[in-house]
Design a protein around this ligand. Structure first.
Ligand SMILES: Cc1cc2nc3c(=O)[nH]c(=O)nc-3n(C[C@H](O)[C@H](O)[C@H](O)COP(=O)(O)OP(=O)(O)OC[C@H]3O[C@@H](n4cnc5c(N)ncnc54)[C@H](O)[C@@H]3O)c2cc1C
Length: 296
């Protein structure tokens, strides 16, 4: 039975400040994506999420939209944009609400002379998005500092319950698919906040030099195959600068696809498939997308 019953539509339309049929492009770093049937921005998503699930409405929580390729045909059901930006400190631990940006959390921690999250300056997504796939940067991963994840309805998980690994977790590929992440605690250490801020500034400058992070993109398109780099393989297959519509494989770093303005998800998908085919043919390596497709 379709979820589009009169009662469900009335419930969705009664949600405070809900938007119907609004493009998701403006909520993704790629600036690509068709409309969500219903889009809700909230800092308290838990009960609405659970109610929607209970009503059989397809529901998806997103953060900063920095690892998403949203389909041109949009997303069915309810998309909840989580803007829970709570920050708390308890001794040497910090808590970030799921909608708090990892970069911001790293800066807030440094301001309190707590160190250990500097690597997160390279992750433009939120706490929720970072837990969802164990984001990492500069050789460090979120799981190394993670203490506990909080979900809706008082659920709590320890890192060992989450199957965290290179760009994966039980939320992305396991039994916790569809669970809401409400926030997470991270174990840091007392240290020199000024030195931490300097380190973050150096890392940011290095990324600006080597990656097209100022353009409209989704970060790394492919996961790095064991012992190699996806960018090196795509470049060696001759695809730097390859173009489909308004999407181009970055000439600065071949594991990035840039939206030059007006690119569609179909353009990006064609480029992804071309890069996979070229790398498969040339090197016999299967490139696995790191970016996640969302939608119809
Ligand atoms: C310029 C650039 C550089 C990047 N560099 C890095 C990097 O160095 N390392 C790295 O790991 N990543 C990097 N990324 C990718 C991206 O920032 C990370 O994957 C990040 O963790 C995604 O978080 P988000 O909030 O944007 O999630 P979104 O893209 O909004 O969502 C991603 C997935 O997480 C799920 N999700 C989000 N919030 C919740 C929640 N509260 N509860 C349940 N599920 C949720 C969504 O449903 C979706 O499936 C980069 C991206 C860009 C644009």
């Amino acid at each position: 039975m379709s979820w589009r019953t009169e009662a469900n539509l009335a419930w969705l339309r009664a949600l405070p400040r809900v938007e119907e049929g609004k493009p998701l492009a403006r909520h993704t770093s790629f600036n690509i994506g068709g409309p969500a049937d219903f889009l809700l921005e909230t800092a308290e998503p838990a009960s609405i999420h659970d109610d929607a699930v209970g009503r059989g409405i397809p529901v998806r929580v997103i953060g900063a939209g920095t690892n998403l390729l949203v389909s041109d045909a949009g997303v069915e059901g309810l998309v909840i944009r989580d803007v829970d930006r709570r920050f708390r400190r308890l001794e040497d631990r910090v808590f970030g609400g799921a909608g708090l940006k990892m970069m911001r959390l790293a800066r807030l921690a440094a301001d309190q002379d707590l160190v250990g999250l500097e690597f997160a300056i390279g992750i433009p997504g939120t706490v929720g998005g970072a837990i969802y796939q164990d984001a990492g940067c500069w050789g460090r991963e979120v799981r190394e500092v993670l203490v506990e994840v909080e979900g809706g309805g008082g659920r709590r998980w320890k890192p060992e319950d989450l199957d965290l690994g290179y760009r994966t977790s039980a939320f992305r590929e396991g039994p916790l698919r569809g669970e809401l992440i409400s926030g997470a605690w991270f174990q840091l250490a007392p240290g020199d906040g000024a030195a931490a801020r300097e380190q973050m500034a150096r890392w940011t400058a290095e990324r600006v030099r080597t990656q097209p992070i100022k353009s409209k993109n989704c970060g790394s398109v492919f996961k790095n195959p064991a012992g190699d780099s996806a960018g090196r393989l795509v470049e060696a297959a001759g695809l730097k600068g390859a173009r489909e519509g308004a999407a181009v494989i970055s000439t600065k770093h071949a594991n990035f696809i840039e939206n030059l303005g007006g690119a569609t998800a179909a353009d990006v998908r064609r480029l992804v498939e071309r890069a996979q085919a070229a790398v498969r043919e040339r090197f016999g390596v299967e490139l696995e997308p790191e970016v996640e497709e969302l939608g119809r």
